[in-house]
Design a protein around this ligand. Structure first.
Ligand code: GLU
Length: 309
């Protein structure tokens, strides 16, 4: 097996040289300002190795990757009854599609499309004012990463709120079907803020370790979720984590993964490693172009695909 540090260094060097970097998301103005030349990677393995390269210490907007952590929290709050409010099937549609929601009477297809994530955020708001719900999300991520310096980028949250008309439409639509129980502005405000959490690749790889290690956080020895729940979250990441690019990601990389429009991807090699990559340029499906490519090389070289060598 090749040395992980060598592989990670080699990938960062290769990605640094590529000209085809995809296009930075522009619909959230604050994200449009990010330099597309960044590339970072961090891998935290089950045996405690941490391999980082490139811009692995620069915080970026995790955006939809936060949906993995909010899903984990919501399952902790209401357990499997969450599945009465959100489905578990890939959508095959854009991340912010309204058409599907209308056909399915306001019940989102899965927790990772925007509508599903808004429903999940609504669950976390149960019994809390928005500020506390947000605090809980941030505390959970900090605990998983064992890093209290993780923060919310208020400028990104504001930028998203100012332009989040489609998310507002989705939330209002779901409210009309009584799929949301809290005021729409509370759900949206909490959602925009958790999407605006900023993390480095190193922090994100560390935060994802519980999913690679049957729910256990190796630093504390505590379980964040049961092995069964970790397995199921991974299954959803594999089938739904890249919107309508999920099939292509499974085909090429073969790992559960969740992308965000900030250009980050959290990928899990169950039993082996938690991996974070970041490159802000996106492909046509809204997933990090070089991030996906980097994961493809890593999974291939380390023989980590869940589908075999
Ligand atoms: N905050 C973004 C939105 O709601 C998240 C989308 C993403 O990262 O895919 O549009």
């Amino acid at each position: 097996m090749p040395d992980l540090h060598d592989v990670v260094d080699e990938i960062a060097e290769k990605m640094g040289q590529r000209e085809d970097r995809g296009a930075v998301a522009t619909y959230i103005p604050q994200l449009a300002r990010v330099d597309p030349r960044h590339f970072g990677i961090a891998v935290a393995t089950a045996d405690g190795t941490l391999a980082c390269a490139g811009d692995s210490e620069i915080p970026f907007s995790i955006q939809s990757i936060s949906k993995v952590f909010t899903l984990t929290l919501a399952l902790g709050v209401v357990g499997d009854s969450l599945w009465r409010r959100v489905g578990r099937e890939p959508s095959g549609n854009a991340f912010n599609s309204i058409a599907q929601l209308e056909l399915e009477k306001g019940v989102p297809r899965n927790p990772f499309i925007n509508a599903g994530a808004l429903a999940v955020t609504d669950v976390i708001l149960s019994g809390h004012p928005p500020r506390e719900a947000l605090g809980e999300i941030l505390r959970f991520i900090r605990f998983a990463a064992q890093d209290d310096s993780i923060f919310i980028d208020e400028a990104v949250a504001r930028s998203e709120k100012a332009t989040g008309f489609r998310n507002a439409a989705l939330a209002n639509f779901m409210k009309s079907f009584a799929v949301l129980q809290h005021p729409v502005d509370h759900v949206l405000g909490t959602y925009f803020h958790h999407c605006a959490i900023a993390m480095t690749c190193r922090q994100l790889a560390l935060a994802g370790r519980f999913l690679a290690q049957s729910g256990r956080n190796p630093d504390t020895g505590f379980s964040l979720v049961s092995p069964e729940r970790a397995r199921r979250i991974n299954a959803l990441m594999l089938t739904c984590g890249h919107y309508d690019g999920s099939g292509e990601f499974a085909f090429r990389v073969g790992l559960p993964g969740k992308s965000g429009v900030g250009g980050g991807i959290l990928a899990i090699a169950p039993g082996r490693a938690s991996i974070a990559v970041w490159s802000p340029g996106l492909d046509a499906a809204g997933n990090s172009h070089l991030g996906r490519m980097a994961l493809e090389i890593l999974a291939h070289k380390m023989k980590w695909s869940i589908f075999g060598d």
